[in-house]
Structure formats: structure tokens, C-alpha cells
Design a protein around this ligand. Structure first.
Ligand SMILES: *[C@@H]1O[C@H](CO)[C@@H](O)[C@H](O)[C@H]1NC(C)=O
Ligand SMILES: *[C@@H]1O[C@H](CO)[C@@H](O)[C@H](O)[C@H]1NC(C)=O
Ligand SMILES: *[C@@H]1O[C@H](CO)[C@@H](O)[C@H](O)[C@H]1NC(C)=O
Ligand SMILES: *[C@@H]1O[C@H](CO)[C@@H](O)[C@H](O)[C@H]1NC(C)=O
Ligand SMILES: *[C@@H]1O[C@H](CO)[C@@H](O)[C@H](O)[C@H]1NC(C)=O
Length: 381
């Protein structure tokens, strides 16, 4: 119930985010509604933060929507029209929440090495007989069946795209309330789950990413490319395959996605994105690919796992991969067409969807709706 309240509050924030700059301020007849909305937001926030203990903040099941809301502000370099509408909001939230507990400590991250963990559910053989051209690895929480089902019904439905084998797998950690029997059944039906025995929390996402890398290096070495795709994404697999087949795309040491250049490390210790100087001493991150979706050649996962033994881990998984690249003496590449790696959509536009590779959506329902729109007959542009 607290989660639902929060979702509504953040949901409102989310829709503010999507309005173009200026649309909030200039229509007199809307003042009354806007005042009401502001009051509602204030009351909502006050209520939510007074009833939630601080540890509740980390535990709230909000990851889909507000994660990107904050990510956009802190981790991406998007156009100012979006940023200035929202910039002050998270700071206000953080002021009222105070520091979240359960923050990763150096000790916790001394041992991110994926071989410290064991697989509970595995599909170790999926790449064996017919090595895929592309493996799509989707980190998702064990209980988020809706996200997995939406993906299964949409972009992961085809296992053959332009004559290339594509495999989609979901990577899960452990969650205390999960009905393991149901999960096993889901896997029997779809054969697409991999579950490891770390606790599946937001702050453990770097562990999850490294477990993905280890799994790929161990079980899918003969694949050509892999990608880490978040579960709240629209993915145009056709365009991704077409991009990867372009002659200028290297098959080795290649990592691409939406590049983040020279992003400052968040030292505001009440922020969800806070990283201590102890974990990461520099003031800026090396260039990295935004975690929503990045694509890499299959020689890299094994190299990431190897180099991670000597790269102190921190809880920002995409920036950590950027740091591993740097330690390997490599840099991420800009994709051939940057505008194909989109972040937010304001509405599902068939024409846009037909040209893009990634889009961040806000819910599994939105993915299903966008897909219906995308697939309906008739010209797209
Ligand atoms: C953001 O991007 C612009 C160009 O798109 C660049 O000039 C600017 O330095 C970038 N800022 C940061 C903090 O990366
Ligand atoms: C998934 O693909 C199969 C054929 O491979 C097709 O029959 C089915 O309609 C597809 N489902 C959706 C939801 O697109
Ligand atoms: C994962 O995160 C939780 C809390 O966020 C923590 O208690 C746990 O030790 C972490 N690590 C592993 C390996 O599960
Ligand atoms: C957060 O930072 C403030 C000052 O910058 C400091 O007083 C406080 O102890 C810090 N809190 C934690 C939990 O590190
Ligand atoms: C790049 O992608 C955008 C849309 O994602 C498309 O409109 C544009 O035509 C593409 N540019 C090239 C050179 O292919």
C-alpha cells in the first residue's frame, strides 16, 4: 500500500517529466489544477516519507519507473528541456528521506566475483548446439513475472531474426518472498530463466551484471554478440541485428550503447546513486554505456570477469562496466546511429519504433501497448 502510494506520487513526477518546458507555467486557466496537483504531491510525499522507515525506501518495489526518472537526471546527459523541469524534485525527495540504509559497503563489494555465487535455476545448454548470433540478457526481479511475460510476447518472441539465432534469457537473484515452485514451473514452460543465489536488490545490480558476464563467458562463448537489456525496455531486435551486421562493427572488444561522458560521481550521501570515495575515489566516471541497454562482442564478458578481480566494485553497474573497460585499455564505441538508442518516449510512435533500437518504457503494459501499435498492419511512417 505504501508502495502503491509512492508509485502514484512518482507517477505524477513521471508525467511532469514528459511535458515540454514551459507547458507548466503559462496557461492561467490551469493554475487551479496545478495548485491542486502541487498540494497533492506535497501531501503525498509527506505522507509516504512519514510512514516509511528509511529501510523501507530501499525495499519499495518501484524500480521500473522512478529508477529512470532519477537516472535521467544523474546519469545521462539529456537535453535541458527535460532536465530543468525535474531537476529540483529528487533533491527535495532526498532531503526528506535522509540516507537510505542497506547502502553497499566496501566489505560487501570486496567479493563481487561471480564465482562466489551459485545457480539455482540454469539453462546452461541453450547456446550449445546452435550458437546464437546475439544473446539478450535481461536482469529482472524474481517476482516480476509481468515484465518477463510482456517481453516474451513482444520483442523476444522470435528466435530467428534475419536468419540469425537470437536467444533471450532472464537473470534473477533471490528474493525472500518468491514462490520457488512457480518459478521452476515458469522455467519448465519457457526455458529462459537463470537464477543465482545473491539477494536481488537494487544495490546488488553490479553483482547481477557480473553474474551475467560470467554466465555468458562460461556457457555462450561461441555466440557473436550479447546485450544487457533492462526489463522496462522496448527493443527493436531487427534494427539491432542490422546494426551488428554492418561491416564497420568490430567483432572483438566492442561495447556500444548510449555513451555517458565524464559523468560526476554522486557524493550526496542521501542519494540512491551515492558512491563513497572509499569505493570509487575519482570525481568522475570513465565513459560508460547507459545501463538501459548495452551491446558487446562476446570476447568481453570473460575479460570483464577476469579484470573485475582487481577492480574494486561499486553499486552503479553501468559505470562499473565502464571502469572495467578502462582497466582493460578499451573504450566503449558510439553506435553507428546514436539516435537509435533513445531513452524516454512520450508516446509510442510507430514510425519512431520502426527506426529505433531501444526505448525506455514505464511499464509492462506500455510495452504490450506499444507492441500492438508497432505491429498493426499498414505503413509505419
Ligand atoms: C553534455 O553533452 C553536451 C553535448 O551534447 C556536452 O557539450 C557537455 O559537455 C555534456 N556534459 C556533460 C556533463 O557530460
Ligand atoms: C510469437 O511467434 C509465434 C511464431 O513463432 C507466433 O505464432 C505468435 O503469434 C507470436 N506471438 C506474439 C504475441 O507475437
Ligand atoms: C545484496 O543486498 C543486500 C541488501 O541490499 C545485502 O544485505 C546483501 O548482503 C547483498 N549481497 C548479496 C551477495 O546478496
Ligand atoms: C552524510 O554527509 C554529512 C555531511 O556531508 C555527514 O555529516 C553525515 O555523517 C553523512 N552521513 C552518512 C550516513 O555518511
Ligand atoms: C538514425 O536513426 C533515426 C531514428 O532513430 C532515423 O530517423 C535516422 O534516419 C537515422 N539516420 C541514419 C543516417 O540512418
Amino acid at each position: 500500500m505504501e508502495g502503491a502510494d509512492m508509485e502514484r506520487v512518482i507517477g505524477s513526477g513521471g508525467s511532469l517529466k514528459r511535458k515540454p518546458a514551459g507547458s507548466l507555467c503559462c496557461h492561467k486557466k490551469h493554475w487551479f489544477q496545478i495548485s491542486l496537483l502541487v498540494c497533492f504531491l506535497l501531501i503525498g510525499w509527506t505522507y509516504v516519507f512519514s510512514v516509511n522507515s528509511l529501510s523501507g525506501w530501499e525495499a519499495l518495489p518501484l524500480h521500473g519507473r522512478y529508477r529512470w526518472f532519477f537516472h535521467q537526471i544523474y546519469h545521462s546527459n539529456l537535453s535541458a528541456d527535460r532536465a530543468h523541469v525535474t531537476t529540483t524534485i529528487p533533491h527535495d525527495i532526498y532531503k526528506t528521506t535522509g540516507p537510505p540504509t542497506g547502502r553497499p559497503t566496501a566489505l560487501q563489494y570486496q567479493q563481487i566475483h561471480p564465482r562466489n555465487y551459485q545457480f539455482i535455476i540454469d539453462n546452461a545448454e541453450v547456446c550449445r548446439n546452435n550458437p546464437p548470433f546475439l544473446v539478450l540478457m535481461v536482469p529482472v526481479e524474481p517476482d516480476n513475472v509481468a515484465a518477463r511475460d510482456a517481453i516474451r510476447q513482444t520483442w523476444s518472441n522470435s528466435s530467428m531474426v534475419q536468419g540469425k539465432v537470437v536467444v533471450t534469457l532472464f537473470m534473477l537473484g533471490l528474493s525472500p518472498g518468491t514462490d520457488m515452485e512457480k518459478l521452476q514451473q515458469e522455467n519448465l514452460q519457457h526455458r529462459d530463466l537463470i537464477q543465482s543465489n545473491f539477494i536481488d536488490t537494487y544495490s546488488n545490480l553490479t553483482i547481477k551484471t557480473m553474474v551475467i558476464m560470467d554466465w555468458l563467458a562460461t556457457h555462450c562463448k561461441d555466440a557473436t554478440f550479447a546485450a544487457k537489456i533492462d526489463s522496462d525496455m522496448f527493443l527493436n531486435v531487427d534494427n539491432l541485428i542490422a546494426m551488428l551486421q554492418r561491416p564497420e562493427i568490430p567483432k572483438l572488444s566492442y561495447l556500444t550503447g548510449r555513451l555517458m561522458h565524464n559523468r560526476p560521481v554522486i557524493r550526496l550521501n542521501s542519494s540512491k546513486w551515492y558512491v563513497s570515495e572509499e569505493l570509487y575515489p575519482d570525481s568522475h566516471y570513465p565513459t560508460y554505456t547507459l545501463g538501459m541497454g548495452y551491446v558487446f562482442s562476446m570476447d568481453l564478458p570473460g575479460k570483464f570477469v577476469e579484470v573485475s578481480k582487481s577492480v574494486k566494485a561499486f553499486n552503479i553497474e553501468d559505470a562499473y562496466i565502464g571502469l572495467c573497460m578502462k582497466r582493460l585499455g578499451l573504450s566503449p564505441s558510439s553506435p553507428p546511429n546514436l539516435s537509435q538508442f533513445q531513452t524516454y518516449v512520450t508516446k509510442c510512435d510507430r514510425c519512431d519504433l520502426s527506426k529505433c533500437i531501444t526505448y525506455i518504457l514505464s511499464s509492462s503494459q506500455e510495452l504490450l501497448d506499444c507492441w500492438t501499435e508497432f505491429k498493426k498492419p499498414g505503413p509505419r511512417c
